[in-house]
Design a protein around this ligand. Structure first.
Ligand code: XMP
Length: 510
């Protein structure tokens, strides 16, 4: 059994970051909403309280009962957590005169305190709060201040209860990871045994127990998550895993055959299904982005369902769901945020399939998925692939989709992506692709007037796709790529580069 750390979420935008930092220390942790804490705390070795968008003084602010935790388990309260703890244990919290947001430096660090072991005075921390702790709770000892915040950190005497006003999880807190390590390893004595190797061993044995001799079907997408999930399952149940890789005709150039070959080399029991014509038929005449997405989603379900029925007696459907999706669905704020785009994943399968779901990656983050993949020997090229949307090139062809437009965009996209690889830029970019615009522009080639399509190139930096910045690609590179595209791809006479960030734009154009 892995030792476990409980993170109680009060709705902070940084809660997932706390979990990621803890996992980076090779310590397993789980996020639970403050209003639905686990009933049984016996498996937890320590507890962290997250920050929150609320003020502790607001009426509807989270006020959980900590009596089962305080004094029984080592506790680290962060930001809101620190204020909440102070307010309800004999201290006071008031509105600050100025909002304290951004960088600050620790001062007056109390010597010989384990929480700040190895952390120098003036270490930079990140503050993000508008209330401040005026008076500390009973029996507390101040551990550090900043120029604006007298009570930047404290602990309760005689307990393993610690509180910090700053955010140790954000990058701008220079020694934040050390603070977390001091708390978890030196104070709470949690074992650092959460490694990719341990995860593989534990998951494979759990999958074996759960699935036994039953059959599992899995939809491969060519992406990292479904591939890693497949390899884990393959290790556990071998040929009883039936993988289906659907060619929707909207993949990148040569991707279907290339990726299928790769899967076969990996020993997976995979069937490639070429359903390109069916998807193009379903898309014919549609130009509204949501209608296109829905048509592709439905076609996928039909094809997948048909294929799954060809395998006799399947009991399970495997999915590559990862931890951020799970956290989102049980979040403090309750469920996913407003639908901007209806995302198409293998997730939306109809009830009549009556399959039990198995999700081997549901407790790990994207970076952990990659490390687990590497541990199992999956090729670097597959693990490092840029994210690619389920509806594929259809949402990068603005307006209606035809086979001809797909071919044109595949050529442009291949030149761009190959160029990024040649110039060693591919791994520095989170995601890149080309978009075929529904406009013609006038150009001149030789002495001839042309009236042809415009393509846009998009390359973004991001960590999770939620926010993104356009990448400052070298001008020389853009110049070269633009020339190559216009010279080689028939029907395109203009290339533009998208310099919009998300928000307010999104990564995909539809
Ligand atoms: P947006 O365009 O919403 O994209 O900023 C964020 C990330 O999600 C990808 N994306 C999708 N992925 N099915 C997917 O599996 C979809 O329907 C879908 N739509 C967008 C997009 O490529 C980016 O990585």
């Amino acid at each position: 059994m892995q030792e476990n750390v409980l993170i109680l979420d009060f709705g902070s935008q940084y809660t997932q970051l706390i979990a990621r930092r803890v996992r980076e220390l090779n310590i397993y942790c789980e996020i639970h909403p403050y209003n639905k804490p686990p009933k049984d705390l016996s498996g937890f070795k320590a507890v962290i309280l997250s920050g929150s968008p609320f003020s502790v003084r607001a009426e509807n602010a989270p006020h959980p009962d900590l009596s089962e935790i305080r004094g029984k388990l080592p506790l680290l309260a962060v930001c809101y957590g620190a204020q909440y703890f102070a307010q309800f244990h004999g201290g006071t919290v008031e509105a600050s005169e100025t909002r304290e947001y951004g960088r600050a430096n620790l001062s007056d660090i109390k010597p010989a305190e384990l929480l700040f072991d190895g952390i120098p005075d003036y270490s930079q921390v990140w503050m993000s709060h508008s209330d401040t702790i005026k008076e500390l709770p009973e029996n507390s000892v101040r551990l550090a201040s900043t120029s604006d915040v007298l009570n930047a950190a404290y602990r309760i005497d005689g307990e393993q209860t610690y509180a910090i006003q700053f955010h140790p999880e954000v990058y701008h807190t220079t020694d934040g990871k050390q603070v977390l390590e001091n708390f978890l390893v030196k104070i709470a004595k949690v074992a650092q045994t959460w490694t990719p190797e341990a995860f593989v061993e534990m998951t494979v044995s759990e999958l074996k127990n759960k699935i036994g001799d039953d059959k599992v079907v899995l939809g491969l997408s060519g992406g990292v998550d479904s591939s890693v999930a497949a390899v884990l399952l393959h290790k556990a149940i071998g040929k009883n895993l039936y993988c289906i890789f659907v060619n929707n005709g909207l993949l990148r150039k040569d991707e279907f055959t290339g990726v299928l070959d790769q899967y076969k080399h990996m020993g997976l029991n995979v069937k490639g299904v070429d359903a390109s014509a069916r998807f193009l038929d379903a898309l014919a005449g549609l130009s509204d982005p949501e209608e296109k997405r829905k048509a592709i989603g439905n076609a996928f379900i039909e094809v997948f369902d048909q294929e799954a029925h060809l395998i006799q007696n399947v009991k399970y459907l495997a999915q590559g769901t990862i931890y951020p999706d799970v956290i989102e669905s049980v979040s403090v704020n309750g469920g996913p945020s407003a639908t901007i785009k209806s995302h198409h994943n293998v997730g939306g399968l109809p009830d009549f399939m009556k399959l039990k779901v198995v999700e081997p990656l549901r407790m790990i983050f994207k970076d952990e998925v990659r490390r687990v993949g590497a541990e199992m020997g999956i090729a670097k090229e597959l693990l490092g692939r840029h994210p690619f949307p389920g509806p594929g090139l259809a949402i990068r062809i603005l307006g209606d989709v035809t086979a001809e437009k797909v071919r044109t965009l595949q050529e442009v996209d291949a030149i761009f992506i190959d160029g990024l690889k040649e110039w060693n830029l591919y791994d520095k970019v989170w995601q890149a692709g080309a978009i075929l615009l529904p406009v013609n522009s006038v150009g001149v080639m030789g002495d001839e007037r042309t009236y042809e399509k415009v393509v846009a190139l998009r390359a973004v930096e991001s960590t999770d796709g939620m926010t993104a910045d356009w990448v400052n690609l070298p001008y020389e590179f853009l110049q070269k790529i633009s020339n190559t595209i216009i010279n080689r791809v028939k029907g395109v006479n203009r290339v533009v580069y998208d310099i919009s960030s998300k928000p307010p734009a999104t990564i995909e154009w539809e």
